[in-house]
Design a protein. Structure first.
Lengths: 333, 230
């Protein structure tokens, strides 16, 4: 049985070979390819693959872009916007909640001082606030016109945050001031918070020969020191000089009260000194005289608080001695 | 007589720990003045040399409250270390009440505190002799020394009270405080995020307020520690 089967298989194989012979006879004669032919063949195959490669690269790039977009979208935190006076405060809900009171304080201070004409610079101002962590979303918005990004480091106290908000709110207003006042401020901004004690220190440390006379109440010396004695005000010569000018200007605005910033920006007075005096609603000598009294009153006192500290130290030390004298350690047996 | 012995025992326990601290108290003001002098002398920028000098001094200022804290803690811990090591046998053998013994110990440590405080004063005075202050600046060595003394005393008193108890009590108080500060702050940070109320106080904020505000025990640490000012 098996012999018959193998015979049939061999016969079938033979028939198949025989019938395929004419087909083989019609095919090209196989011969070895030359190097040039192989190269041309390979080039042709590579060329045929190029469109495929390009489409694969395009697909890869779009996949990468989609992945980046999705990652960015995942990182985007919803932003809150609140209006404080004429400007907007934008940030994450937590940032806005934490910093809004500082902007409200700044606006409460600025609002009465601003007249109808000077309210314009703050209109449309947007403060992008970051409380603690930095936000990449706000970074993208920063370059838009009228937008300022302000980082409020969490570890800094309220006083620091107050200064940041005041400086931010003061920046658009300063930018709208007449050129001579801006030059006199030398990069400083309206409402930038400079402490009177700091101003006192800077005045005491100034190398300007008129500084001691100024501190003694000589208003002409103060005007010379602050660059207000000439028709064209001088620019600040040092950072300390700039801070003193900001302090004087803030004093003038506080003294001038309602509409003081508007008066500062008026075209009518011809010099910066006159503008500042107009803002304070007084004459320049009266203003500087009041300012120097204010600065002198804030003389830093290294002894300050030492008496109170002595009292608390004695009290708490006695309390801790009392605690130390009580013991469970000796109640043996 | 007993006071002398208590003081001697405390001195023996504290001297090697106290020595580097005394040297620091003496050397740091001098180093600080020298650095301020050098930096102010070489700066030719936007600020006056006096202002630069003051900024350098202000930069170094936080070192001194820390030093006062270290000194107070070191003296307080060494006040009780021998008692704990000897299971209080020596103390129990004395014809004294516990409160008298604790008072004697405290007084001995307070007397030893004079050493680093005097070293700080001497360091400032010698530093002032060796360097010339820029125009407009003045030295306040006595006010600084007073503050340094108060800070050392309060740090000493707090750690003394802690170290007077058993090791178990001390551990409970210290670890409990750390746990409240760390875990409480973590919890509050979580709550701040969850409730979107970042203005909520963490235990660290509370601790900071206690440190700086009157009438907290550490009020003295929050004042002006400048020994050079206008």
């Amino acid at each position: 049985m098996s012999e018959r089967l193998s015979f049939r298989a061999i016969a079938l194989y033979g028939v198949m070979l025989f019938s395929a012979m004419p087909l083989y006879a019609q095919s090209e004669v196989v011969r070895p390819r030359t190097v040039a032919e192989s190269r041309a063949l390979l080039n042709a195959r590579i060329d045929s693959l190029l469109p495929l490669y390009h489409s694969a690269a395009t697909a890869r790039d779009s996949a990468r872009a989609a992945r980046t977009d999705s990652l960015r979208a995942a990182r985007v935190v919803p932003l809150d916007t609140v209006a404080v006076g004429p400007f907007l405060v934008v940030g994450t809900r937590g940032s806005v909640r934490a910093t809004r009171p500082r902007f409200e304080e700044a606006w409460q201070r600025l609002e009465p001082r601003l007249g109808a004409g000077t309210a314009q610079p703050l209109q449309g101002a947007v403060f992008l606030v970051e409380y603690g962590a930095r936000s990449p979303t706000l970074h993208d918005l920063e370059n838009r016109p009228g937008h300022q990004r302000i980082w409020f480091p969490e570890w800094r106290g309220t006083e620091w945050h107050r200064r940041l908000a005041a400086a931010a709110a003061g920046r658009p207003i300063t930018a709208a001031l007449p050129e001579d006042v801006r030059r006199w401020l030398g990069g400083g901004t309206i409402d930038e918070q400079v402490g009177a004690a700091y101003a006192h220190r800077q005045l005491r440390l100034s190398t300007d020969p008129s500084a001691p006379q100024c501190l003694n109440g000589d208003t002409s010396a103060c005007l010379a020191l602050l660059g207000l004695n000439a028709q064209i005000p001088s620019t600040p010569q040092s950072r300390a000089d700039m801070q003193l000018r900001i302090h004087l200007l803030n004093h003038a605005l506080t003294h001038g009260g309602a509409g003081s910033i508007e008066r500062l920006a008026l075209d009518d007075p011809s010099t910066a000194a006159e503008r500042i005096a107009a803002a304070a609603a007084t004459d320049i000598h009266g203003l500087v005289s009041g300012w120097i009294l204010h600065v002198r009153a804030a003389e830093p006192d290294v002894w300050a608080g030492l008496g109170a500290s002595s009292v608390t130290t004695v009290f708490w030390t006695l309390l801790f001695i009392g605690l130390a004298a009580r013991s469970t350690r000796w109640r043996i047996g | 007589m007993i006071f002398n012995q208590t003081l001697y025992v405390h001195w023996k326990a504290a001297r090697w720990l106290l020595l580097p601290l005394v040297l620091l108290c003496f050397g740091l003001p001098q180093l600080m003045l020298r650095m301020a002098d050098t930096i102010a002398g070489t700066s030719g920028g936007f600020d006056s040399p006096s202002a630069v000098f003051l900024v350098v001094v202000q930069g170094w200022t936080p070192v001194f409250p820390l030093l006062a804290l270290l000194i107070g803690s070191a003296l307080a811990l060494t006040a009780w270390s021998w008692d704990h090591r000897g299971d209080h046998v020596y103390a129990l053998s004395l014809p004294l009440h516990r409160r008298e013994y604790a008072l004697l110990k405290f007084a001995g440590g307070a007397l030893l505190l004079v050493l680093p405080v005097a070293a700080a004063l001497a360091g400032i005075l010698s530093g002032l002799l060796m360097s010339q202050l820029p125009a407009g600046l003045q030295a306040y060595p006595v006010a600084f020394t007073g503050r340094f003394l108060l800070a050392s005393v309060i740090a000493y008193a707090v750690v003394f009270a802690l170290a007077a108890g058993t090791m178990r009590t001390t551990l409970i108080v210290v670890l409990g405080t750390i746990a409240v500060l760390v875990f409480g702050s973590l919890l509050m940070i979580f709550l701040q995020d969850a409730l979107q109320r970042p203005e909520l106080w963490t235990p660290l904020d509370v601790f900071d307020a206690a440190l700086n505000r009157w009438p907290g025990p550490f009020h003295v640490f929050g004042g002006s520690w400048l020994f050079i000012d206008v």
